[in-house]
Design a protein around this ligand. Structure first.
Ligand SMILES: CC(C)(COP(=O)(O)OP(=O)(O)OC[C@H]1O[C@@H](n2cnc3c(N)ncnc32)[C@H](O)[C@@H]1OP(=O)(O)O)[C@@H](O)C(=O)NCCC(=O)NCCS
Length: 298
């Protein structure tokens, strides 16, 4: 248990317990809601309920896979902050980090991040997909991470531009395991393992290009994409975009240096580019291309 003197009463940082999942997911969601573009925010009660279920499923999944990387901050018995980290093939990644709006900037995040980073000690490498929050970026840079600037792209695609002859097929997390693990290890030195099953369980679609790569589509947005070569990545990205409903907005996040194939597709599809939060890396994290990492599972 760690204590901090900046907030009164003192926050305590402790490991996440199963009973904390709804509160931890709610704090994580509230802390990040400003970062979600308005066009992508849920609008109906059904969409909001779906988002809450997905946020809780993510927290439960990480509690199951990484109980030692899952931390919360508590004040007066209430959860006010959360930091969830995962380790895959000895690479650490920060999945969720947020403090309740109104309590930010008072030292709670510093304690949480220190606890989550304890789980990174002695690992081969570490990855963080940052928001643009100055407090977050400062914390990661000061923890010894190197920065990779990133772009995002968003909008509704022009379906007339979808190329003919896309070669992807529906994937299967178990049957395609060998390819999936090999591609993830190519781009970031670590397989995604059980995280791919978590996407599928949440309703996302796994797409595979035989021998060359895979992507996860969430209603047309490529929420994870990894390939051995740019041509395969291009096919997979178009396949994700084709998977969305006509006229619905889609987004690509964390397009870093070396992923110009993604910029080319985004522009050809009619999406708009914007600056994104940077990626921070430490140690052996691979070429990071052709790769669009996942905000939840890196
Ligand atoms: C990012 C976040 C989790 C940090 O938690 P926090 O409790 O607000 O942060 P802290 O008060 O511990 O401050 C963290 C660092 O930022 C500094 N800081 C505080 N306010 C700041 C400000 N307005 N501008 C720049 N730096 C600031 C602190 O001094 C501290 O640095 P130090 O440890 O070198 O002194 C929190 O602000 C948050 O929830 N932000 C919105 C969600 C988000 O973007 N999460 C990150 C996802 S990658």
């Amino acid at each position: 248990m760690l204590d901090c003197g900046a907030v009164s009463p003192l926050p305590a940082v402790r490991l996440l317990q199963p009973a904390d999942v709804p509160a931890a997911a709610a704090v994580g969601g509230a802390s990040l809601s400003d970062q979600i573009p308005v066009a992508l925010q849920p609008t109906t009660p059904a969409e909001r309920a779906h988002l809450v279920r997905r946020q809780q499923a993510r927290v439960s999944h990480l509690l199951a896979t990484d109980p030692e990387g899952s931390w919360v901050a508590e004040v007066d018995g209430e959860i006010v902050g959360v930091a969830l980290a995962l380790v895959r093939d000895d690479i650490w990644g920060l999945s969720l980090f947020g403090v309740r709006p109104g309590l930010q900037g008072q030292g709670i995040g510093r304690l949480l991040l220190a606890a989550a980073l304890g789980y990174a000690a002695g690992r081969r490498g570490a990855l963080i997909l940052s928001s643009t929050d100055p407090r977050a970026m400062r914390s990661y840079a000061r923890a010894g991470f190197a920065v990779k600037p990133a772009l995002a792209a968003a909008g509704a695609i022009n379906r007339a531009r979808l190329p003919a002859g896309l070669r992807t097929r529906a994937g299967d997390v178990e049957a395609d395991r060998e390819l999936l693990d090999a591609v993830s290890r190519h781009v970031r030195t670590a397989a995604h393992g059980r995280d791919l099953g978590a996407f599928v369980a949440a309703g996302d679609r796994l797409l595979v290009l035989d021998g060359r790569g895979f992507a996860v589509s969430r209603r047309g947005s490529p929420i994870l994409l990894a390939a051995f070569d740019d041509e395969a990545a291009t096919d997979l990205l178009w396949s994700c975009l084709a998977d969305g409903a006509p006229g619905a907005p889609v987004h690509l996040d964390y397009v870093t240096q070396g992923n110009d194939w993604a910029v080319a597709v985004a522009l050809e599809a009619g999406l708009s580019l914007s600056p994104d939060g940077p990626v921070f890396v430490r140690g052996e994290t691979g070429p990071f291309a052709p790769y669009l990492p996942s905000g939840a599972y890196l």
